[in-house]
Design a protein around this ligand. Structure first.
Ligand code: SF4
Length: 251
């Protein structure tokens, strides 16, 4: 059972260490990825007792608040989103991310969207209005079965690839975030994104000790080893570069 609350946020455009700003229209994430680092601290920070993936606070005043913040902010890049997926299922109803993009367009702040959802395709009409924009999908595996186990609330890998194709067809710069490196077939994964992704980012499982129990319960401990992360990343980098895809290893 999902607990939904409509809340009044105090700030939507927040300083970030990775980009100039991050923007999270929701607190909580229905995608419920079992390896989610945001889940580790956002529950504590927000005071929610429900498990990660079972609560979402909807920042109902988000677009209005953003409008005011943008009028005072120094121009900078915006990461959508850092501790939730801005295109999780509730976005279909609330359209907060869509309304935020509409507020950003007149200011033309560079935008970097990272999602696991093909719902982002709904906003193609707005995305093509940005001068500096990148849209990327998190693909921690090539397997729909593995994704369903680790990311139970997120759209399948197949759906994400189809959405990536539609975005690339609009000549938008795209990226794929391969992280955390879940059980995967490197050759198949790179073949799936070849010609669709301009850049690939790679990352290992972070805060790994927090997730060991899950790996053990599913007999997947060999995919939890440092050697697995290093060897798989090395193979993915070589395969991606052979396809002319730019790569950046983050660990
Ligand atoms: S989509 Fe991202 S924010 Fe949402 S649960 Fe998964 S890892 Fe966490």
């Amino acid at each position: 059972m999902l607990k939904i609350a409509e809340i009044q946020a105090r700030s939507l455009l927040n300083k970030s260490k990775i980009f100039d700003y991050c923007l999270n229209p929701f607190l909580g994430c229905q995608h419920a990825c079992c390896y989610c680092y945001a889940g580790l601290f956002m529950r504590r920070y927000s005071g929610h007792a429900e498990p990660w993936g079972k609560f979402v606070d909807v920042k109902i005043n988000g677009p209005e608040l953003l409008k005011r913040q943008l009028s005072r902010a120094r121009r900078g890049s915006i990461w959508i989103a850092s501790v939730c997926d801005a295109y999780q299922p509730l976005e279909e109803k609330y359209q907060l991310t869509r309304k935020c993009l509409q507020e950003i367009i007149p200011w033309q702040f560079p935008v970097f969207i990272q999602t696991k959802s093909d719902l982002v395709v709904r906003d193609l009409d707005l995305l093509t209005e940005f001068q500096e924009l990148e849209v990327g999908f998190s693909l921690a595996t090539d397997s729909d079965k593995v994704a369903a186990l680790f990311e139970p609330g997120a759209p399948s890998i197949t759906r994400r690839i189809k959405a990536l194709e539609k975005i690339k067809a609009k000549s938008i710069r795209t990226f794929v975030f391969i992280g955390p490196l879940l059980p995967l077939n490197p050759t198949r994964l790179i073949k799936l994104i070849s010609g669709l992704a301009d850049k690939v980012f790679l990352d290992r499982l972070n805060y790994a000790e927090q997730f060991l129990k899950f790996y053990l319960e599913h007999g997947l401990e060999k995919f939890y080893q440092e050697s697995y992360f290093q060897n798989t990343a090395q193979e993915l980098v070589a395969l991606a570069q052979a396809e002319g895809i730019e790569t950046e290893k983050l660990f």
